[in-house]
Design a protein around this ligand. Structure first.
Ligand SMILES: NC(=O)c1ccc[n+]([C@@H]2O[C@H](COP(=O)([O-])OP(=O)(O)OC[C@H]3O[C@@H](n4cnc5c(N)ncnc54)[C@H](OP(=O)(O)O)[C@@H]3O)[C@@H](O)[C@H]2O)c1
Length: 341
C-alpha cells in the first residue's frame, strides 16, 4: 500500500485524478492533496472523507511514495525534482520533463516497459499525442507508419479550468446579447469560433503544441523516422479532443486490415457505422477512459494510406487516466521499489 500525493489537486486534471483514484480503487495507505496558497482552506472529498488542501512545498513530500502532479510546467520544474529527491516517484503531467532523455515518456498501451527506466520522474505525454499513439501503435506494428498528417479539434478543458470558464462566459454573453468579455486564456474569442493556435509559435511557424505531437510521438513509439505533420486547433467544445488523422504506411493497408489490428488493441474502441450515425463525438466520449476511432476509410490517394477520426477525453486518457495507469504499472512491476533503493 502506497502513500500518495495529488499535486495540483484543485485544477481540471487534479479533480479528475481524484475521482479516478476512487473509481479504480487505487491501493492507498494514505493520500494528501496539494495546491497553491489560493486553494489552501478549501477541501477535497475522497472516499467519503474530507481532506484539507495543503500548500505545495518540499516538506509536504516526506513519507510520500507516489506523486501525481498536474501543475503548470514552471511549478513542476521546481517541485517534481524535490519530490523525487525526497524518495517519491513522480508522474508529471506537465511538459517540463517530457523530452528529457533521462525521463521516460509513457503511454501504458504503447511503451509500458519504459516505466522501469525512471530515476524518480516519469512524464505523462501531451493529451493530443496520447490518444493518437494509442490508435497508431497497433497499425505501426503491422503496417509500419512512415507519415502522419493530423488536424486536431481540441476542447477548452485542455487549457485547464480557466479555459472552461472562458468559453462559458463568452457563450453566455453572446447568447444574451451582452458585450463579449475579452479573451484571456485564448488568443481570440473561443465561443462559436475556431482558433488555429495552441501555445506559442516556434520559428518554423508550427506551434509548440504541434511540435509536442511531432517529438513526443517519436519518443513514445521509439521510432525517430515517423514523420508527423500536425495542425492544432482550439474549438468551442467543453471536453474531449477530436483528431482527423491520415497515415501513410510502408505496407498496404485497408479499413478491414486496420480494424483487425485494432480489434484487440488495449484502451481502444472502434465506433464505425457511419450510415447509422455511429462514429465517436466529443460529447459522447467525454467521461470515458478509452480512445475511440471511427470514419475509417481508404485514403483516396494510395493503397498504403488510411484516413480516420479519433476522439478521447483529454482530462481522462489525455491526462489523469494515463497518469494513474502509469502508477499502477509501477506497482505491478515493482519498479517503484527499484527506484527507492
Ligand atoms: N487539461 C488537460 O487536458 C491537460 C492534459 C494533459 C496535460 N495537462 C497538463 O497538466 C497540468 C495541469 O493542467 P490543468 O488543465 O489541470 O490546469 P489548471 O486547471 O489550471 O490547474 C492547475 C493546478 O496547478 C496548481 N498550481 C498553479 N500554480 C501553482 C503554484 N504556484 N503552486 C502550487 N500549485 C499551483 C493550481 O492550484 P490553484 O488552484 O491553487 O492555483 C491547480 O491545482 C498542466 O501542466 C497541463 O499542461 C493538462
Amino acid at each position: 500500500m502506497k502513500h500518495l500525493a495529488v499535486v495540483g489537486a484543485s485544477g481540471a486534471v487534479g479533480e479528475v485524478m481524484t475521482r479516478l483514484l476512487e473509481e479504480r480503487r487505487f491501493p492507498l495507505a494514505s493520500i494528501k492533496f496539494l495546491a497553491s496558497e489560493r486553494s489552501v482552506g478549501r477541501s477535497v472529498t475522497f472516499r467519503g472523507e474530507r481532506y484539507a488542501v495543503e500548500l505545495l512545498r518540499a516538506e509536504a513530500f516526506e513519507g510520500v511514495d507516489i506523486v501525481l502532479s498536474s501543475t503548470p510546467a514552471s511549478i513542476s520544474r521546481t517541485f517534481s525534482p524535490q519530490a523525487a529527491c525526497a524518495g517519491a516517484v513522480v508522474v508529471d503531467n506537465s511538459s517540463a520533463f517530457r523530452m528529457d532523455a533521462e525521463v521516460p515518456l509513457v503511454v501504458p498501451e504503447v511503451n509500458p516497459g519504459d516505466v522501469e527506466r525512471h530515476r524518480g520522474i516519469i512524464a505523462n505525454p501531451n493529451c493530443s499525442t496520447i490518444q493518437m499513439v494509442v490508435a497508431l501503435k497497433p497499425l505501426h506494428d503491422r503496417f509500419k507508419i512512415k507519415r502522419v498528417v493530423v488536424s486536431t479539434y481540441q476542447a477548452v478543458s485542455g487549457a485547464g479550468q480557466k479555459g472552461i470558464d472562458e468559453l462559458r462566459a463568452q457563450a453566455a454573453a453572446l447568447i444574451e446579447g451582452r458585450p463579449l468579455p475579452s479573451p484571456s486564456k485564448f488568443s481570440h474569442a473561443i465561443a462559436f469560433n475556431c482558433v488555429p493556435r495552441i501555445d506559442d509559435f516556434t520559428e518554423g511557424g508550427y506551434t509548440k503544441e504541434e511540435m509536442k505531437m511531432v517529438n513526443e510521438t517519436r519518443k513514445i513509439m521509439g521510432d525517430a523516422s515517423i514523420a508527423v505533420e500536425p495542425t492544432c486547433v482550439r474549438v468551442p467544445v467543453y471536453n474531449a479532443h477530436s483528431e482527423s488523422i491520415m497515415i501513410e504506411c510502408e505496407r498496404p493497408i485497408t479499413p478491414e486490415s486496420a480494424r483487425a489490428a485494432w480489434v484487440s488493441a488495449p484502451g481502444l474502441r472502434v465506433l464505425d457505422d457511419p450510415s447509422s450515425g455511429v462514429y465517436p463525438v466529443p460529447t459522447e466520449v467525454s467521461g470515458q477512459d478509452d480512445v475511440f476511432v471511427g470514419r475509417i476509410r481508404q485514403a483516396l490517394s494510395s493503397d498504403r494510406a488510411l484516413s480516420f477520426w479519433c476522439v478521447a477525453d483529454n482530462l481522462r486518457k489525455g491526462a489523469a487516466t494515463n497518469a494513474v495507469q502509469i502508477a499502477e504499472e509501477l506497482i505491478k512491476r515493482d519498479a517503484f521499489a527499484t527506484a527507492r533503493r
